[in-house]
Design a protein around this ligand. Structure first.
Ligand SMILES: NC(=O)c1ccc[n+]([C@@H]2O[C@H](COP(=O)([O-])OP(=O)(O)OC[C@H]3O[C@@H](n4cnc5c(N)ncnc54)[C@H](OP(=O)(O)O)[C@@H]3O)[C@@H](O)[C@H]2O)c1
Length: 311
């Protein structure tokens, strides 16, 4: 029997085209379509209207945007962050929407046990259905130039806090599922930086890769009860990105929060906004050495801005 090589190439080409077409349609569905759908009724139905959401880093930026959107959907909230006055102001704003708000003012750069006990206390007697581990801080510097205190602070806020809060809140989330029959969820905020080697932002990137690797396996360990979303955005117009020139990839924290919530319960991982997802594709296609040179020079520029601010 002779094999017609030309025919084989045609079949292979057709299969590749179908795979490419399906990938593009799935990408468009995920990043362009879902976020345009109403999320409130779906989230309330899936996790329970009037159940509670705990959000770390809630007083500003992305965490605040999550709080505002979820309060509009009727979820009660436990807001965790460092500055009492900002928490109080946000609490007053959200209570006007008719939801209950608790605040926990705590410095998460101290990962001693007592730091987290106030968070557990606040969540103990409520029907907790979602936890958003949003708190995060960054530094841009060559590794040896990062002050030791900054290094410890980053590990504590980004790594220890996410690991400990996830561990202490998991039983409370599972309790919600047991008592209501509805699903519970972790939405853990990483960064695109955690998906690539990122010279000049290596410590933050390693912390964010940790969050990714902690989060996604939980979807399989607690498949019947728990949704997880490892959220990997790029630049958002928040305090953390202050000093970065607004660019085509800079989106508002409100837009980022909205897309992330549209992916919660549907995917285990997401870059959120379509522009950020597109950037991840571009970074993947760039040759590694070029990518690393660009990342380093941008990171060192941002490091200079941070140094100017005393970070
Ligand atoms: N912005 C970006 O471009 C970007 C890109 C990718 C990923 N992310 C990730 O998105 C998440 C949110 O970032 P963001 O841009 O919204 O940051 P942000 O605007 O700087 O807000 C940070 C929040 O975390 C709180 N916080 C900071 N340090 C704390 C500490 N030691 N103890 C307790 N709370 C503390 C802040 O509280 P106070 O207001 O009280 O200080 C604030 O509520 C982070 O995980 C970040 O890594 C951000």
């Amino acid at each position: 029997m002779t094999i017609n090589v030309f025919f084989l190439f045609q079949v292979l080409g057709a299969v590749l085209l179908i795979i490419l077409g399906v990938t593009i349609v799935r990408w468009l569905w995920k990043y362009m379509w879902l976020s345009r759908q109403l999320q409130g009724p779906r989230l309330a139905e899936r996790y329970g209207r009037g159940s509670w959401v705990l959000i770390t880093g809630a007083s500003d930026g992305l965490g605040k945007a999550f709080s505002q959107e979820l309060a509009q959907y009727g979820f009660n909230l436990i807001l965790v962050s460092r500055t009492q006055e900002k928490l109080r102001r946000l609490q007053a704003e959200l209570e006007r929407l008719g939801v209950q708000i608790r605040t926990v003012c705590v410095d998460l750069s101290d990962s001693a046990q007592h730091t987290y006990s106030s968070i557990t206390e606040a969540a103990q007697d409520v029907d907790l259905s979602i936890v958003i581990n949003c708190v995060g801080i960054t530094v841009h510097r060559r590794y040896g130039d990062i002050p030791a205190a900054t290094l410890r602070r980053l590990l504590s806020v980004n790594v220890n806090t996410t690991a400990i809060v996830t561990h202490t809140m998991l039983p409370l989330l599972l309790r919600h599922t047991m008592s209501t029959g509805r699903r519970c969820a972790f939405l853990n905020v990483g960064s695109i930086v955690g998906r690539f080697y990122w010279p000049g932002t290596q410590l933050y990137g390693a912390c964010k890769a940790f969050i990714d690797h902690l989060t996604i396996p939980l979807a399989y360990e607690y498949r019947k009860q728990l949704d997880v979303l490892s959220f990997q955005p790029t630049v958002m117009a928040t305090g953390m990105a202050a000093g970065t020139e607004p660019a085509a990839i800079t989106i508002s924290p409100q837009a980022a929060a909205h897309v992330a919530l549209s992916h919660l319960g549907r995917y285990n991982s997401s870059h959120g906004h379509w522009r950020h997802a597109m950037l991840a594709v571009l970074f993947t296609l760039l040759p590694g050495s070029l990518r690393n040179r660009i990342f380093l020079s941008k990171a060192l520029e941002m490091g200079e801005v941070e140094s100017g601010k005393g970070i």
